[in-house]
Write a protein that binds this ligand. Structure first.
Ligand SMILES: Nc1ncnc2c1ncn2[C@@H]1O[C@H](COP(=O)(O)OP(=O)(O)OP(=O)(O)O)[C@@H](O)[C@H]1O
Ligand SMILES: [Mg+2]
Length: 262
C-alpha cells in the first residue's frame, strides 16, 4: 500500500505483507505508531483498496466493506441519539431482517455483554466501557465471520480494560469468530492473541510472528494469574524491547532497551 500525497514523496505504508488466517483464529497486531496497522485493517475491512495485491475471504476477493466483516473502532462510533437497543439492532434493521427475530438477537447480545438492563438508555448516558460493550454487541448483531478491532479498548481505564479483555476472550470462545485486534498494549496482545504479529515501520511489514497459548489459558485462569507467570513476563519483555528499539530508530533517541509499558 503506497499513499501518494500531493507535493510530497510517496508513503510506503505496507510492503510485502502476506498473512493467512484460519477460521476462528484470534490474531493480535502490535507495532510502533505509523507502522501500518490501521492501514492493514482498513484494507481487510474494504475501506481502502490496496495499491497492489489482494485480500481474499475464503476464495472471494474483498472489493469493499461487507457485513461479513464487522469493525469495532477505538471510540464506539455509536449513534448517540439512539438508545442502546436501536444501536445494536441497526445492522439487522438496515438489512430488513424480521423485527421479532432482531429483538431476540438484541436481547441475547445485551445479556452477553452484561447490559441487559440498559436497552432503553440513550448511549450518551453510558460510561466509556459500557459504550464499547454496545459497540461489540452491535458488531455481533450482524453476525460477521470476521471481527476487526482497531484499539477497541484503548480509551478505557485499566480496570475496565482488563474486564473487557476477559469479555473478548469469552466472545471468541463462545462464538468461534475470527478476530483481528490491533492494540498498543503488549500485555493485551499477549493475553488475547493466540497468534500475534509484530509489525515494523518504513516500509510497514510483518517483523515477527508468535503462536501463543495465553488466550487458551485465559479461558480458565484469570488474566492476573497469567500475567504473573514467568513465560508471560519473558515474552512481554522480549516484545517490549523489540518495539522499543524500533521506536528508538524512528525517534532517533538514544535510550536503552529497558522499558516498562505505559
Ligand atoms: N490517507 C493517507 N494518506 C497518506 N498517508 C497515510 C494515509 N493513511 C495513513 N498514512 C500513512 O501511512 C503510515 C501508516 O499509517 P497507519 O495509520 O496505518 O499507522 P498505525 O500503525 O495504525 O499507527 P498508530 O499506531 O499511530 O495508529 C503512516 O506513515 C501514515 O502517515
Ligand atoms: Mg492506527
Amino acid at each position: 500500500m503506497t499513499f501518494t500525497v500531493p507535493g510530497g514523496s510517496p508513503v510506503h505504508a505496507l510492503k510485502n505483507v502476506s498473512l493467512t488466517l484460519e477460521p476462528g483464529e484470534l490474531l493480535s497486531v502490535l507495532g510502533p505508531s505509523g507502522c501500518g496497522k490501521s492501514t492493514l485493517l482498513n484494507i481487510i475491512a474494504g475501506f481502502l483498496a490496496p495499491t497492489s495485491g489482494s485480500v481474499l475471504l475464503g476464495n472471494q476477493p474483498v472489493k469493499g466493506p461487507g457485513a461479513e466483516r464487522g469493525m469495532v473502532f477505538q471510540q464506539g462510533a455509536l449513534f448517540e441519539w439512539m438508545n442502546v437497543e436501536r444501536n445494536v439492532a441497526y445492522g439487522p434493521d438496515m438489512m430488513g431482517k424480521d423485527k421479532a427475530e432482531t429483538r431476540k438477537t438484541v436481547e441475547r447480545l445485551l445479556k452477553v455483554v452484561g447490559l441487559q438492563d440498559f436497552g432503553s438508555k440513550p448511549v450518551y448516558q453510558l460510561s466509556g466501557g459500557m459504550q464499547q460493550r454496545v459497540a461489540l454487541a452491535r458488531c455481533l448483531a450482524n453476525d460477521p465471520e470476521v471481527i476487526l478491532m482497531d484499539e477497541p479498548l484503548g480509551a478505557l481505564d485499566a480496570l475496565t480494560r482488563e474486564k473487557m479483555q476477559g469479555l473478548v476472550l469469552k466472545l471468541w470462545k463462545e462464538t468461534g469468530k475470527t478476530i483481528i485486534l490491533i492494540t498498543h498494549s503488549v500485555e493485551e496482545a499477549l493475553i488475547l492473541g493466540e497468534r500475534l504479529i509484530v509489525m515494523a515501520p518504513r516500509p510497514g511489514r510483518i517483523e515477527k510472528e508468535y503462536r501463543l497459548d495465553f488466550a487458551e489459558r485465559g479461558l480458565t485462569l484469570s488474566p492476573r494469574e497469567i500475567k504473573s507467570t514467568p513465560e508471560f513476563v519473558a515474552k512481554r519483555e522480549e516484545i517490549l524491547s523489540m518495539i522499543w528499539n524500533m521506536e528508538d530508530e524512528i525517534m532517533g533517541g538514544g535510550s536503552s532497551g529497558n522499558s516498562t509499558e505505559a
